[in-house]
Design a protein around this ligand. Structure first.
Ligand SMILES: Cc1ncc(COP(=O)(O)O)c(C=O)c1O
Length: 467
C-alpha cells in the first residue's frame, strides 16, 4: 500500500457489535450496507479511509462518487469552519454573500445561455425540479429517459430511473417513458470504435471511418419510441453523459447529439444529469455533456458539488428558470450559506489542485492498466469510461458476455476490500465494478489498486480450477 503519513484519531465511539445492533433496531432497513461484514468507517483523509480499528483503505468509490476533491480536503474544511462561526443559515428570502458569490462562480463554468442556478439539497430534488421546469416551460408533459439510467428515488424521478431494483410496486412514472439504452458493450449493437474512451470494447466492428452502424441502429430505436410511445410534442429528454449506477455505460459518440436534435424538433428540452459526471471527473472536460459536443437546456448537479456536503443544483437559462417564477416556489435549505461556501471551496480546490487534469492523466493510466487485465482474464469482459469514471464489467466469458454470477463477483470484491481497496458495484446484475475515486488519487495508488485487483482475479482463477 502506498505510504500515507496521516495518523487517524483513536476510535472512541461504541464497539462494532453495538453499532450493528443499533443499525438493525433503529436504522431503516431500506438502507443496506456493502460487504458480508460491513465496514465501520471512522475517519477520512484525501483518498484514504480508516475503519474503527485504524485499518486504512484506498477509497475508489468516494462515498458513491461524492468526495470529489478528497476526504476532509483542508481548503473545503477551512472554508466551512469559517462560515460555521459566522452564520449557519438564513433562507433565501434575504440576501447573503455566499449564495451570490457561488452562483457567479458556478455559472461562469457553463457556456451561454446556461447562466442561472437554483440550488437544492440532493440530486433527486434537482432532477425533480428539472422535470418540473421542463413541463412548465414547454407546457408539454412527457419526458423520456434511457433504460438503465438512475435519476433519483423521489416519487417524481422514480419515473425516470429505469432499474428494476429501484422500482417499487406503487404508482409512479406518469408521463415518463424509457427508451433503449445504447450500450455498445452489452446492447445488440456495438463495436470497436463506438465510444469516447481510451479503451474500446472487444466486439468486432466493420464500420468505415466516420460511420457508426451502432449509433444509427440505436437512433432508429429512439425514433421508434418517439413515434410510438409519446405525443407529437414532449417536455424533454434526460440522460447522464455516462451512466453511473448502471456501471459507467457509454453510448456511441454522436448518439446524444442526434437524440437532442430529435427532442428539440418535438418542442422538448434536453436535460443533462451531471450528478456523477460533473466537476472534471471525465478528465477531458469539466462537464460530461461537453464530451458529447452538445449544450443542454438544463443541467443537474449533486454529489461531487459539495465534496460530501449535502447540496445540489439545477443550472439552466434565464428563460426556462422564469417559468417557475409565475407562482411561488421555495426551498428552505437550498443555497444555504454553509453549502455555498463548501461548493465554492470545492471549485477552488479543483482548480488549484489541477484535479480535472489529474482525472484525465490518472484515469487514462488506470483504464489502460485495467485493459491489460481484461486481455489476460476471460472473466473481465469490458473496461470502459473516461477519466476517473470507470467501469469494469465481469462476465462468464467474452463471447457470451453473460454476467459473472453474483457470488463469484462478491468473492473478488470482498478480496479487494480485505487487501485494502474499496470498489463500488453497478449494473442490472451488479456485474460491474465501479471505480470513481476522489479525483486526488495518484498513479502510485492506481498501481496498488490494479495489483490488488490482479491478485483477486488470480485467486478467482485458482478457486475455479479447484472446483
Ligand atoms: C446520476 C444520478 N442522478 C441523480 C441521483 C440522485 O441523487 P441523490 O441521491 O442525491 O438524490 C443519483 C444518485 O446516485 C445519480 O447517480
Amino acid at each position: 500500500m502506498p505510504p500515507c503519513d496521516f495518523v487517524p484519531e483513536k476510535y472512541e465511539s461504541y464497539p462494532y457489535e453495538r453499532m450493528q445492533k443499533i443499525r438493525e433496531q433503529n436504522v431503516a432497513p431500506a438502507l443496506r450496507t456493502y460487504y458480508k461484514k460491513p465496514l465501520l468507517l471512522h475517519q477520512g483523509h484525501m483518498q484514504w479511509l480508516f475503519d474503527h480499528e485504524g485499518r486504512r483503505y484506498l477509497d475508489l468509490f468516494a462515498g458513491i462518487v461524492t468526495v470529489s476533491v478528497g476526504h476532509c480536503h483542508p481548503k473545503v474544511t477551512m472554508a466551512t469552519q469559517k462560515q460555521l462561526a459566522r452564520m449557519w443559515h438564513t433562507t433565501n428570502i434575504y440576501m447573503h454573500p455566499a449564495i451570490h458569490e457561488y452562483a457567479e462562480k458556478l455559472t461562469s463554468l457553463f457556456p451561454d445561455p446556461l447562466k442561472v442556478v437554483y440550488l437544492t439539497n440532493s440530486g433527486s430534488e434537482a432532477n425533480d425540479l428539472a422535470m418540473f421546469m421542463a413541463r412548465l416551460h414547454t407546457r408539454n408533459f412527457d419526458i423520456i429517459s434511457l433504460r438503465g439510467g438512475y435519476h433519483g428515488g423521489s416519487p417524481y424521478t422514480l419515473g425516470l430511473t429505469s432499474l428494476t431494483s429501484y422500482k417499487h410496486g406503487v404508482a409512479n412514472g406518469f408521463g415518463c417513458t424509457t427508451t433503449m439504452l445504447p450500450d455498445v458493450f452489452r446492447g445488440p449493437w456495438g463495436g470497436s470504435h463506438c465510444r469516447d474512451s481510451p479503451v474500446q470494447t472487444v466486439r468486432k466492428c466493420s464500420c468505415t471511418e466516420g460511420a457508426c452502424l451502432a449509433e444509427d441502429q440505436y437512433i432508429e430505436q429512439f425514433k421508434d419510441t418517439l413515434n410510438t410511445s409519446v405525443p407529437k410534442t414532449v417536455a424533454g429528454f434526460i440522460a447522464e453523459p455516462i451512466q453511473g449506477v448502471n456501471g459507467a455505460v457509454q453510448y456511441p459518440r454522436n448518439f446524444l447529439k442526434e437524440a437532442y436534435q430529435l427532442i428539440r424538433e418535438r418542442g422538448g428540452l434536453c436535460i443533462s444529469d451531471e450528478v456523477q459526471t460533473g466537476f472534471g471527473r471525465t478528465g477531458s472536460h469539466f462537464w460530461g455533456f461537453q464530451t458529447h459536443g452538445v449544450v443542454p437546456d438544463i443541467v443537474t448537479l449533486a454529489k461531487g458539488i459539495g465534496n460530501g456536503f449535502p447540496m445540489a443544483a439545477v443550472v439552466t437559462t434565464k428563460e426556462i428558470a422564469s417559468s417557475l417564477a409565475q407562482n411561488l416556489h421555495f426551498n428552505t435549505f437550498g443555497g444555504n450559506p454553509l453549502a455555498c461556501v463548501a461548493g465554492a471551496a470545492v471549485l477552488d480546490a479543483i482548480e488549484e489542485d489541477c484535479l480535472q487534469k489529474n482525472s484525465e492523466d490518472v484515469g487514462t493510466y488506470m483504464l489502460l492498466e485495467l485493459a491489460k487485465l481484461r486481455d489476460k482474464f476471460e472473466i473481465v469482459g469490458d473496461v470502459r469510461g473516461k477519466g476517473l469514471m470507470i467501469g469494469v464489467e465481469m462476465v462468464t466469458d467474452k463471447d457470451s458476455r453473460r454476467p459473472l454470477p453474483a457470488e463469484e463477483i462478491n468473492e473478488i470484491w470482498e478480496d479487494c476490500k480485505d487487501m485494502g481497496v474499496l470498489i463500488g458495484r453497478g449494473g442490472l446484475y451488479s456485474q460491474t465494478f465501479r471505480i470513481k475515486p476522489p479525483m486526488c488519487i495518484t498513479k502510485r495508488d492506481v498501481d496498488f489498486a490494479v495489483e490488488v485487483f490482479h491478485t483477486a482475479l488470480q485467486r478467482h482463477v485458482e478457486r475455479a480450477a479447484a472446483k
